[in-house]
Structures are given as structure tokens and as C-alpha cells.
Design a protein around this ligand. Structure first.
Ligand code: GLN
Length: 325
């Protein structure tokens, strides 16, 4: 099976990685479809031409092409990592009482909870992510934010900062998320101060990353929660299975089923135009291109990941025998 690859196998194909990335970059560079996320005013100012692809292997080798040092805000990709922190803070049984693990088939910002349980469907859509963020422990807003920033540092290997313009831009316009938070307050799914929870959620979404950071974070999840370059344990390894499972079933919103079918590895997108994809025990992939399709996924990002998965044989259930490793 393709997912049984090991490091020796990886080395055999590592030389062509850069060639594949260069190839994909020139193939999709001219693609112009999609629109910028303009419901957060600051995001509408981003240069739509930006494009980068990065791979970090579980032994820490990095391959990158395009604007890989360009900074942008992580947006919904943060939901993956906040979920890991909530699992560490409370354990999976308690977290499951507050956030489900069921795909919705609805848009990422749908104002909807599970009819029966009143839980948000899953931690990868806004409702579930806001509930997840409300679970992050700390003795006040500053401590909670510092814990979130320190968590990002463990994954990327460098200090994390919040883009204040993007944060305030979303805070002043994020009424839909405010409505979702109030709905959850109504059903007792959030019990803290709503504005404080939303502030932390908007701050985690406004954490600054580049494409290389995305690939490093994905590679950390591919590597049992250990950052492959610094060697630091970013998240307890026992939680990685749960994180990757919800990424696999829910990470690409109402495109998750099609993604699982064609790309076949856990992933998460954000309205920044970033996508992370995790090939367990092999590599993390980061793609950044801000033009989005109607579901809020990067157009080039989806195309690149589909082709990368096919060319490198990454689909978890591919047992056709002609995969690369
Ligand atoms: N901060 C954004 C929001 O809550 C994140 C959404 C996304 O990236 N899909 O709307």
C-alpha cells in the first residue's frame, strides 16, 4: 500500500520532488479563476497573483517553489491546531461532548448546530472551531492567547505573531461568527464570555505564516506530532489520529468527500488561500494561492494537491501497485 512508505523509499524519490513542484508551479501559474475572500476587508487587499508550493518531509527536508516566504494569515487552517490544544487540555471524551466529528455538507460559516445534541458538527467549520477555541485553558485572555501562540511556535519552529490589521478587520465585521457564538451560548455549548472567545478565535485566524510554515506544520502532523526540524513535540502523539481523522472527513468543508475521493489525504484549507495536506509518515504539503472557489478553497491549491497526490502516489487507499512509494 502506498501509505507503508518509509524514509529509505522517500530518499529514492526526493530528488524529483523539486522538479515536480516546478512543473506544477508553471502549469498552474497562469490559472486566474476564483475570487479573493472579501468578507474580511483586509483579505481583499491581498495580491491575487501570489502562489507557492512547499513540501517538508518527515526527515526535515524542504522543497519549495514560488512566493514561499510571502506572509499571510493562517485563517481556518488554525482550526486543526486549536483542536489539538483542546484535546490536550480536556481529553477527547470531554471535547466530544462539545464538538462533534460529523461532516456537514454545508458551508464553513453555516449558522447550524446538530438538532439533537446541539453540538456544532465538527471542529473544522466555524461553529465547531469557535466552540473548540472556547475550550482552550488559561487564567485570562492574555494567557490563553500566549498558549495559542506558543502552540503555533512548536509547529512552525519560529515565534508566532498576530496580524493586528487582519484581526481588527475581522473583529469589526465578523457578525456571522458572532451570531454562531450566540447560538452556541443559547444551547450551553459555550459558557464563557462570548466576546473574549471570539477575540481569541479571530486572533488565532490572524496568526502570520508563510507557505513553508504551512508545510512544516503539516509535516509535524505527518511525523507523530514532532516537528521534523526542531524535534519538539508540538502535540501529544495520541491526539494526532483524532486530528487527522477530522481533517480527512471535514477539512475541506463541503468539498471534503470529493477531496477524500480524489486526493485521499487529510487536509485543511483557509480563506487566506492556504491549504495544508498531510501524508502520514511521509510529508507535509503547503500551498498558498489566494483566489478561492465558491466553497472557500484555493483554486490552484486544490489543483496542485490533486496532481501532487496522483504523481507522488499519496492517496491513502491507493493499492494499485504502481505508486512511487
Ligand atoms: N476567520 C475566518 C472566519 O471565521 C476563517 C474562515 C476560513 O478560513 N474558512 O470566517
Amino acid at each position: 500500500m502506498a501509505n507503508q512508505g518509509n524514509l529509505e523509499d522517500l530518499e529514492i524519490v526526493s530528488a524529483p520532488f523539486l522538479a515536480v513542484l516546478n512543473d506544477l508551479f508553471s502549469k498552474y501559474k497562469s490559472q486566474r479563476e476564483g475570487t479573493l475572500a472579501n468578507y474580511i476587508p483586509e483579505l481583499a487587499k491581498v495580491n491575487p497573483e501570489l502562489f507557492s508550493i512547499c513540501i517538508v518531509t518527515v526527515d526535515g527536508q524542504t522543497y519549495q517553489v514560488g512566493d514561499y516566504q510571502q506572509q499571510f494569515t493562517i485563517q481556518s487552517i488554525s482550526k486543526v491546531f486549536a483542536y489539538g490544544l483542546a484535546l490536550e487540555d480536556h481529553g477527547r471524551d470531554y471535547v466530544l461532548t462539545r464538538v462533534g466529528v460529523e461532516p456537514t455538507g454545508d458551508a464553513f460559516n453555516a449558522i447550524i448546530l446538530d438538532e439533537k445534541s446541539k453540538r456544532p458538527y465538527n471542529p473544522m467549520v466555524n461553529a465547531g472551531a469557535i466552540a473548540t477555541t472556547s475550550l482552550i485553558k488559561g487564567s485570562g485572555a492574555t494567557e490563553r492567547l500566549n498558549r495559542v501562540l506558543d502552540m503555533f511556535r512548536r509547529y512552525t519552529g519560529r515565534d508566532a505573531l498576530v496580524d493586528i490589521s487582519v484581526f481588527t478587520s475581522e473583529r469589526s465585521t465578523g457578525h456571522r461568527n458572532r451570531a454562531i457564538a450566540h447560538l452556541m451560548l443559547n444551547f450551553g455549548m459555550i459558557d464563557q464570555n462570548i466576546e473574549e472567545v471570539l477575540d481569541l478565535y479571530f486572533q488565532q485566524c490572524a496568526v502570520i505564516v508563510n507557505c513553508q510554515d504551512l508545510a512544516m506544520m503539516a509535516a509535524t502532523l505527518a511525523n507523530k506530532g514532532v516537528n521534523p526540524v526542531t524535534g519538539e513535540q508540538a502535540v501529544e502523539s495520541r491526539h494526532v489520529k483524532d486530528i487527522l481523522s477530522v481533517m480527512y472527513t471535514c477539512g475541506m468543508y463541503n468539498f471534503s468527500g470529493e477531496w477524500a475521493y480524489t486526493v485521499g489525504i487529510p487536509a485543511k484549507s483557509g480563506v487566506c488561500g492556504g491549504i495544508i495536506a498531510v501524508a502520514p509518515h511521509k510529508m507535509g504539503i503547503g500551498v498558498f494561492s489566494p483566489l478561492l472557489d465558491v466553497r472557500g478553497n484555493s483554486v490552484r491549491g486544490v489543483n496542485v494537491c490533486e496532481e501532487l497526490s496522483r504523481r507522488l502516489g499519496l492517496h491513502l487507499f491507493d493499492c494499485s501497485g504502481d505508486t512511487k512509494f
